[in-house]
Ligand binder design. Sequence first.
Ligand code: CAA
Length: 261
Amino acid sequence: MTQYSNILVDTRGAVTLVTLNRPQALNALSSSVLEDLIAAFAAFEADESQRCAVVTGSGEKAFAAGADIKEMAEKPAAEFYADDMFVRWQSHLVGAVRKPWIAAVNGFALGGGCELAMMADFIIAADTARFGQPEIKLGVVPGMGGSQRLTRAIGKAKAMEMILTGRMMDAAEAERSGLVAKVVPSAELLDCALKTAEAIAAMPPLAVLAAKELVNAAQELPLGEGIRLERRLFHVLAATEDKAEGMAAFVEKRPAVWQGR
Ligand code: CAA
């Protein structure tokens, strides 16, 4: 298995576990972390035995406390524009990943850390999790999608208030607001995220890809277009062997065996 400097990658059956591993910097997302994540996600996507991933942070304190401020502090604007680093998070961790992945958020998920969590297909949070977009306090704004994804997730009023004040939201409020799918006691976070990932990994693979594509399309398409896409993907799946197997297994009262075709 590839060794990375800033993350740990472990496969457990059909689930890939990625752990951000810079606890001394509260797992701040440096450009080296991004390179590691790009490589790990590419390997996950390419490996047919892997069906779902979980991303979490090492240490109890943080999922990730944001983009690496020390790295950005002296960086000239021209370099930000030239390397356009933030777009690579979107293209490699969202655009290029068709398989589902879950963010298991322990502790702080701030700035880029909150944005990374929101790039996941959904978030499971520890009761100790705290979310925020504090970039305004640094003289900037979110740069990895926070202003758009947070607004879609929790609505304009709360997103505006959080982004303008930089305040943090605790796990209970995040669950109430629809930012996270579920909150669990801190000690149970990883187990819960892995079990959820295993459950998804056991589903028919093509239907999983289509379901992810459809829910994400709901964030971008007008309703009519989204519903049309849903019907088309339903029709595509109706032609698969897994559909024949799934429905036969139901009728015959036996577990289905998925082929991914
Ligand atoms: N970048 C670099 N280093 C960071 C960091 C970050 N985002 N967040 C924390 N660290 C480092 C600290 O500098 C500190 O290192 P040293 O021991 O070498 O000083 C170490 O992690 C521990 O942090 P603290 O001592 O600050 O821990 P704390 O418990 O007192 O406070 C905290 C925790 C409230 C999360 C605080 O660390 C904090 O406010 N961090 C910055 C949060 C932030 O502003 N994030 C947004 C970054 S900008 C961004 O992400 C842009 C974007 O949208 C892409």
